[in-house]
Unconditional design. Structure first.
Length: 319
């Protein structure tokens, strides 16, 4: 069993190292991760976990409880400008990305605070070492009122670098935005891009509106290999959402009942015994598919003395 686990871990590592390369990173730690993406701007940091009277409560203030860059009560906006990076050849796509949280760390009123429509995070890029910047992406607080979300919210705001007009993302409703809170933000550039320089500007209108930025990365990305997936057994029933595969960090999986073509199955699709196929998508680049067998067994109960044992009759492999 340990050998099998090690093999899967090793294969997953090979997939990751093949498909995406960190060209530059800034994680705002005392000893930053390399290759470090240097920047200029106000060094205002928070770390640890939010308090019980904050919103959202008891949430990491940085990735893995580390340190992040915070903007709080800066009505004129606070800017970070990341140094120009020369891009090496050999990538299909260049991706700029960072993690974003919107919080109320004031402790004043967790039900009605956090960034609102007046508060934003603006992303600008330059492909000529800062001579010309384009405002490409803006994240705002909720349309209707204040909103807040942690770094693990599921919203994604990643757009192509063109057109050069500004794309806007913001939740509609007030309060905790676990689904529509945009925690993954970024831009995609073609692999032929020679250089990239980035500015992030955050505006906060009051002490109860905090933006937190962490793990700013520039990645060189190629089409990922097919994901790893092995045979899976379900007793009685299961859905596509229960299927498991291993692949790239930041990738998403699509499941099919055909080897090529077809439409990705909805997570709620009921499974039946047969062959399924899975691909992974990494920043828009789609892998080939891996096939796997799925067995949906019928529960049976046998008398085992003082108790009964339930097993899946159709899932027993003859010895």
């Amino acid at each position: 069993m340990k050998t099998k686990y090690f093999l899967l871990t090793f294969l997953s590592y090979c997939l990751l190292s093949h498909s995406q390369t960190t060209l530059a990173i800034q994680d705002f730690e005392v000893t930053p991760t390399t290759p470090t993406w240097s920047f200029t701007g106000t060094p205002n940091y928070v770390s640890g976990v939010s308090g019980s009277n904050n919103a959202p409560a008891n949430s990491p203030l940085g990735i893995a409880n580390s340190r992040s860059w915070e903007t709080n009560a800066v009505g004129t906006g606070q800017m970070l400008e990341f140094n120009n990076i020369t891009i090496p050849a050999g990538y299909e796509q260049i991706v700029f990305t960072f993690k974003l949280a919107a919080m109320d760390l004031s402790g004043l009123n967790t039900s009605s605070h956090g960034p609102d429509d007046l508060d934003y995070v603006l992303v600008e890029y330059s492909n000529d070492n800062g001579a010309t910047y384009y405002r490409r992406l803006r994240i705002r607080g909720a349309i209707n009122d204040n909103s807040f979300w942690a770094f693990d919210a599921s919203g994604v705001a990643i757009v192509d670098y063109q057109p050069t007009s500004e794309a806007l993302f913001q939740p509609t409703n007030t309060g905790l935005a676990t689904t529509y809170g945009y925690s993954t933000v970024g831009l995609k550039f073609p692999g032929a891009t020679n250089q990239v320089k980035i500015r992030i500007t955050a505006r906060s209108s009051s002490i109860s509106d905090s933006w937190l930025v962490d793990n700013v990365r520039l990645l060189g990305v190629n089409t990922p290999s097919a994901p790893i997936a092995t045979s899976q057994i379900f007793c009685n029933s299961g859905t596509v959402a229960n299927l498991v595969a291993t692949g790239e960090t930041d990738s998403t999986f699509n499941w099919y009942n055909v080897a090529t073509g077809g439409t990705a199955l909805a997570p709620t699709t009921i499974l039946s015994t047969g062959t399924y196929y899975v691909s992974q998508t990494l920043y828009g680049l789609v892998s080939s598919r891996t096939s796997l067998s799925v067995v949906v067994g019928t529960p049976s109960t046998v008398d085992a003395g003082p108790s009964t044992v339930t097993f899946c009759a159709n899932a027993i492999t003859p010895i």
